[in-house]
Every structure is written in C-alpha cells, then in structure tokens.
Write a protein that binds this ligand. Structure first.
Ligand SMILES: *Cc1c(COP(=O)(O)O)cnc(C)c1O
Length: 382
C-alpha cells in the first residue's frame, strides 16, 4: 500500500457498527482508578491521554519504515506541546553533566540558545560545527570522540543545507554516539531519520505536519524501548503537555499531509526554478534544484524536498520593498502552512544571514498566481 493511502486512512477508528468513524478529543484530568493502578493505561492525564495515544499511533506509523539493509521497523512516538518541548526532552533525557553534544551552528536557533543558556551551565559541553552541509562527515568526525549526542538538521532552517544523514549516523555509531535529527522541514513523510540510522527523530509539527497555522505541536520518535521510556518520563515529570483539543486538531490535519506536502513542494520547486532565472536574485537555496550542492544526497534520503525556499536579494532595502510589493507572500514567520508566507530573516537576529535573505514557504495556491506575483514584485526592484 502507498504511504499516502496509509496516512489518509490512519485516523479511522476500528469498524464497529454504530460507533464514530473518527474519535473526538477526550477531556479528562483523572480517570477511574480503583485498586492497584499498575497496568491501567490512563490514571491521570499529565502522564497519558487517549487522544495523545491516537495521535502518537498516527505519527509513529509515519516514522516507521525500512532501513537501508532492508529491515522493517516500527517506531514509537511521544507528543509534546511544541517542537521545542520535543527538542528539550531529547536534551533532558540524554545529557548529563560531563557529557558533550555536537551540534551545527546552522541548526534551529532556539535549540542552540537553550543549550547555551541552560545546559552548558549544568556542565554539558557544546561542540559546535560551523555548518553541516555536504562535507559534514569530515567536519563532524573529529568532534565525535567522547561525545554523547550528535544533533543533525537537514535540510537546515533557514539556509537549506543538506547533509548525508546515513553517513553521519554510521560515523556516530562507530564512535558510540547517539544521533538525533530535527526533521521539521521535510516531516516524516518527506524523510525518515530512523530508517537512515538515527536514534531520535524530533520535529516541530507546528509546521507542515499540521499545516493550518492554528496549533503548536512537537514529537519525538524512537525505535528503542529504553529511549522511549526516558522521553515519556521526561514529559510526565516536566508537565508542559499539550491539551486534548490540540491533539485532536492535529488528528484532523494529518490525513491531508500527503495532499498538502505534494502541492507545497511542487510549488516550492517551481518558485525556486523561477527565482533562479531572475537577475534580482543573488542566490536560491532549495534542495530540489539540480544546482543545489546537496541535491544528490537529498534525492537519496528525501521523498519530498520541503516547502521552504530561501533566496537572497540585493540588501535589506530590496528585500523590504519586495515583501511590501508582493500581494500573495504574507509577511509572517514559521512555514509549512496552506498559505504562502515569506519573511526577511535577518530582522529576527540569531541566524547569520544576509540583510536581503528571504525565507519563503510555498503554500497551496495556484502556481500561476504565485509566479505572477513574484514576477511583479521582482520587477518593482528594477
Ligand atoms: C519551528 C521549529 C522548531 C521549534 O518548534 P516550535 O513548535 O515552534 O516549538 C524546531 N526546529 C525547527 C527546524 C523549526 O523550524
């Protein structure tokens, strides 16, 4: 069966005549728990909730797959109130004083701030790699000795660098280092880190996974039962959990992921190809472009190249004028939604990008309209 069929049908309940086809949110704090609670699936909703269980089954199904050596595996997932909740859980469940983490400088900014402001203060060594692109294995290998965790983000947000996840996992395994991948941009439909050899697949499901700009959500997927228990325990102990309503909204959104991802990635490629023809654009970063340095690697490890296209215009003033003139590029942060958005990335600080750097997230609009709007906004820069 095609994966899209599996995902579209993944929120159906078992066929029992007269019962609902899709389950609704379960609002409860305590559950009936007479006698010995051992083995009861639900006792108190900070630990577990049936709507999370359903969402975790759906996401785990998408994270499951087949490794390069042909071994089929089943993933398990733990959902969090945001992508940062999921990332913090991996850091918190794995890192202890004296441990070292290897992380690229081009990975998600907030994750690096969390390490710098909190984890380094608690005796964790952060070994930063300038950028993980096509030569990441050479850059990372010398830093792996004695490390506990290797953090990977591919494609990286916002610069769309691509690194060879399987090769990095091989190098890490040889050094006895765990590997986590921030898989936000492609989603588990577009790329399966666990199949490529990672121990953790973490993601912000605020972006394409749910795709309607109405909830924050994150998850961590693993294959190993011990790692699963640690991540699950971290969530119960820290308690920053998502509500059943958010979990249910996610369950409504995920069956359209195959449609949304196909459309947004097709639009993103057309936009990237168009931008590459324009003299107002200094460079275009999209792994689906044949000219992208990581294209061959992306073809091997991704089934979709993602909705995000980054490009550089000639300076801050040009980028601001472009965004003001464009009518269909809603100026907002985040990505992976139904509507096309774009922003001048440097206005936020944090990422080392040029003043004219724009991160665009292709939506589901008709491509003719998007290309016409891009053309008129670029014409305005002449
Ligand atoms: C948005 C994002 C996050 C953080 O997710 P939130 O849901 O905003 O907490 C982490 N990693 C990447 C790559 C992201 O784009």
């Amino acid at each position: 069966m095609q994966e899209s069929t599996r995902i579209v049908r993944s929120t159906l309940t078992p066929v029992v005549a007269g019962t609902e086809m899709h389950s609704g949110p379960v609002f409860a704090a305590p559950y009936h728990a007479p006698g010995d609670p051992a083995g009861m699936p639900y006792t108190y909703a900070r630990s577990h909730n049936p709507t999370w269980t359903e969402l975790e089954r759906v996401i785990a199904n998408m994270e499951s797959g087949v490794t390069a050596s042909g071994e089929a595996y089943e993933a398990q997932a733990v959902v969090f109130a945001s992508g940062m909740g999921a990332i913090a859980a991996v850091f918190g469940a794995v890192l202890r004083p004296g441990d070292a983490i290897v992380i690229p400088a081009n990975s998600y900014y907030t994750a690096r701030v969390l390490l710098r402001e909190y984890f380094t203060q608690m005796g964790i060594e952060v070994r930063t790699v300038a950028a993980m692109g096509v030569d990441a294995v050479e850059a990372v290998t010398p830093l792996l000795a004695g490390a506990k965790l290797l953090w990977i983000e591919s494609p990286s947000n916002p610069t769309m660098d691509v690194c060879d996840i399987a090769a990095l996992c091989d190098a890490a395994r040889a050094a006895g280092v765990l590997v986590a991948v921030d898989n936000t941009t492609p989603t588990a439909l577009g790329q399966k880190p666990l199949a490529l050899g990672a121990d953790f697949s973490a993601a912000s499901d605020t972006k394409s996974m749910t795709g309607h700009g109405d909830i924050l959500l994150g998850h961590v997927a693993v294959r190993d039962a011990v790692l699963l228990a640690k991540i699950d325990q971290w969530r119960t102990l820290t308690g920053g959990i998502l509500g059943p309503m958010e979990a249910w909204l996610a369950l409504r959104s995920i069956p359209t992921l195959p449609l949304r991802l196909a459309r947004t990635c097709e639009n993103a490629l057309a936009i990237a190809e168009f931008l590459a023809t324009r003299s107002e654009v200094e460079s275009v970063m999209y792994p689906g472009l044949k000219t992208h340095p990581g294209h061959a690697i992306a073809l091997r490890q991704m089934t979709y190249f993602g909705p995000v296209v980054s490009f550089i215009l000639k300076g801050q003033a040009a980028a601001e004028a472009f965004l003001n003139t464009a009518e269909l590029l809603t100026d907002a942060t985040s990505f992976g939604g139904m509507t096309t958005t774009a922003e001048r990335r440097a206005k936020w600080g944090g990422d080392a990008v040029a003043g004219g750097f724009i991160r665009l997230s292709a939506g589901c609009e008709a491509i003719e309209d998007l290309l016409a709007d891009l053309a008129q906004a670029l014409d305005g820069l002449r």
